[in-house]
Design a protein around this ligand. Structure first.
Ligand SMILES: [Fe+2]
Length: 301
């Protein structure tokens, strides 16, 4: 069993790095780290050096990163994954440097999502210098991958990793926790591999609604919300960034402190209120497709 201690980052390929970076800073509100590599923008939301890296190249998600405890845990994970038949690749020193981690391994889940496990992701002590402080972002909240069969995806994540289902939305979604937060990893049903969305928590309900107005004023496409998910109780707002990348702000995610007492529930997505208990219009967020391994990506992608 591999213990994921946290989510680490999303790495996303963008054809237009300037436009994607402008959106991530001026609209979403993230801090842009001082550039250290040509063609890569590192965006920060919390203690992590970055949680989003935009990499100039073909459009599409490159990888999703999760932390493990230390170098030993990473070595054990590598052995365990290889033993289970997966092809595991160790990142080079330059690739690890670009991710601001000490070491990492990469593999594809059974659906083609590229996953990276990292040790010692760099922490920055200085408070985040948000490009748009009014967004109210407090942290990188969760990431959501696509898979054609969410139950198979759950089998993958729960048998090899410490992921536990918190709630099911029928066969449409599996919401998983790796710590007390209701979900830090979700899998939505989708045709192929990709990143359904990346979530940022905000400090208050007011932030969600202020952001909603801000996004509308700036002609950003709102995909869904504001609404409230009955599963996590989070108030959500999904919106579309450049190159098919869906961002989400949310506030008020449930914490499951009593592991033993929690029983996962199943919601029928066709039932009114199953996605938004306020009964607002719902639509599936747009997925940024996985960059395929046969597509050329930059040397430190
Ligand atoms: Fe979400």
């Amino acid at each position: 069993m591999i213990t994921l201690t946290d989510i680490a980052y999303v790495r996303s390929g963008v054809a237009d790095l300037d436009a994607a970076t402008r959106f991530a800073t001026q609209i979403v509100g993230l801090e842009l780290a001082a550039p250290t590599e040509a063609g890569i923008a590192h965006l920060r939301a919390d203690h992590r050096h970055h949680c989003l890296a935009l990499v100039e190249g073909p459009s599409g998600v490159i990888s999703s990163g999760f932390s493990v405890a230390d170098t030993d845990a990473l070595g054990d994970a590598e052995t365990e994954l290889e033993r289970s038949g997966l092809t595991v690749r160790r990142g080079s020193a330059a690739q690890a440097r670009s991710r601001r981690v000490r070491e990492f391994i990469a593999f594809d889940d059974p659906f083609g999502n590229r996953v990276e496990l990292v040790s010692q992701q760099e922490t920055i002590a200085r408070p985040v210098a948000f490009s748009r402080p009014a967004a109210g972002i407090t942290e990188f909240g969760h990431l959501c991958l696509d898979a054609p069969d969410v139950r198979e995806a759950y089998r993958f994540w729960s048998t090899r990793f410490n992921a536990r289902v918190s709630d099911w939305i029928g066969d449409a979604a599996c919401l998983m926790r790796i710590d007390p937060v209701h979900h830090k990893l979700a899998v939505f049903r989708g045709d192929g591999p990709g990143l359904c969305h990346m979530n940022f928590q905000v400090a208050s309900l007011d932030d969600v609604f202020r952001n909603w107005h801000f996004l509308q004023e700036h002609d950003v496409e709102i995909e869904m919300g504001p609404g409230r998910h009955p599963q996590s109780t989070a108030v959500f707002l999904y919106f579309l960034g450049p190159e098919g990348f869906t961002y989400e702000y949310s506030f008020g995610v449930r914490r499951i402190e009593d592991e033993a007492a929690w029983v996962p529930r199943t919601f029928d997505p066709a039932e009114p209120g199953a996605i938004d208990m306020w009964l607002g219009p719902t639509s599936r967020p747009i997925t940024q497709l996985q960059v395929r391994a046969d597509q050329p990506v930059s040397a430190v992608s």
